[in-house]
Design a protein. Structure first.
Lengths: 113, 117
C-alpha cells in the first residue's frame, strides 16, 4: 500500500460527459502528479501541483483541468469526454516540489462508451 | 527534450534464470534515472533510482541497475527471477534541478515480463 488513495477505481461514462477523479496523497506529501496510461501512448505526465499551486504541465488537454485543495487532495476534471480518453489515470505524490521517488495510487480506470 | 526507450515490449524468462531489461535514454546531461514496477491492477512501485555516485545501484526485491553514460543506458538486472516478478517494468528519466530532485519524469513504454515455470 503506497498510501495514495484514488477514487473511483472504475468509471464508465458516455461521450460528451464530464467526470471528476479524486486523489488523496500520502500523509505529509505536498506534491501531487497526474498521469494517463493508455496502451498506445504509455504513461503520459499530465500535470503537477505543489502545495496548492500548479507547478508543471505536461500533455494535458484543454478539456482537462486539475486542482489541489488546502487539505492537499487533488481532483482531475475531464470534460467533453471522447472515446480516446479511455485510459487508466494515476495519481502520484511525493514530499518534495521536485521529483524524487513518486508514490503511485492504484489508478482510476475510465471507460468512455 | 528527454526521452526513454525500452526496446523490448515483452520478455519471457524461465524461473530461476537471470534477467536483464534494457533502457536507453536521451538527455543532454546526466539525468536522474528510475525503474518502476507495475503488478496487474496495481500502481507503480519504485524499484531503484540513480542520482549520482556509484553507477551500480541496488534496489528492492533483489534488483540492480547499472548506469552507463557512454551508452546512455540504465539496464535493470536480477540474477534469479521468481514467478512473482512477472509484471510490467518501466524505466523513467528526470531532469536534475538545481534545487535538488528531478524536474518531472518521462517514462518509457514499459517491458512486460513473463516468467515461465
Amino acid at each position: 500500500d503506497s498510501g495514495v488513495t484514488q477514487t473511483p477505481k472504475h468509471l464508465i461514462t458516455a461521450t460528451g460527459q464530464r467526470v471528476t477523479l479524486r486523489c488523496s496523497p500520502r500523509s505529509g506529501d505536498l506534491s501531487v502528479y497526474w498521469y494517463q496510461q493508455s496502451l498506445d501512448q504509455g504513461l503520459q505526465f499530465l500535470i503537477q501541483y505543489y502545495n496548492g499551486e500548479e507547478r508543471a504541465k505536461g500533455n494535458i488537454l484543454e478539456r482537462f483541468s486539475a486542482q489541489q485543495f488546502p487539505d492537499l487532495h487533488s481532483e482531475l476534471n475531464l470534460s467533453s469526454l471522447e472515446l480516446g480518453d479511455s485510459a487508466l489515470y494515476f495519481c502520484a505524490s511525493s514530499t518534495r516540489a521536485l521529483t524524487g521517488e513518486l508514490f503511485f495510487g492504484e489508478g482510476s480506470r475510465l471507460t468512455v462508451l | 527534450a528527454q526521452s526513454v526507450t525500452q526496446p523490448d515490449i515483452h520478455i519471457t524468462v524461465s524461473e530461476g534464470a537471470s534477467l536483464e531489461l534494457r533502457c536507453n535514454y536521451s538527455y543532454g546531461a546526466t539525468p536522474y534515472l528510475f525503474w518502476y514496477v507495475q503488478s496487474p491492477g496495481q500502481g507503480l512501485q519504485l524499484l531503484l533510482k540513480y542520482f549520482s555516485g556509484d553507477t551500480l545501484v541496488q534496489g528492492i526485491k533483489g534488483f540492480e541497475a547499472e548506469f552507463k553514460r557512454s551508452q546512455s543506458s540504465f539496464n535493470l538486472r536480477k540474477p534469479s527471477v521468481h514467478w512473482s516478478d512477472a509484471a510490467e517494468y518501466f524505466c523513467a528519466v528526470g531532469a536534475p534541478h538545481s534545487g535538488g530532485g528531478a524536474d518531472g519524469l518521462t517514462f518509457g513504454k514499459g517491458t512486460h515480463l513473463i516468467i515461465q515455470p
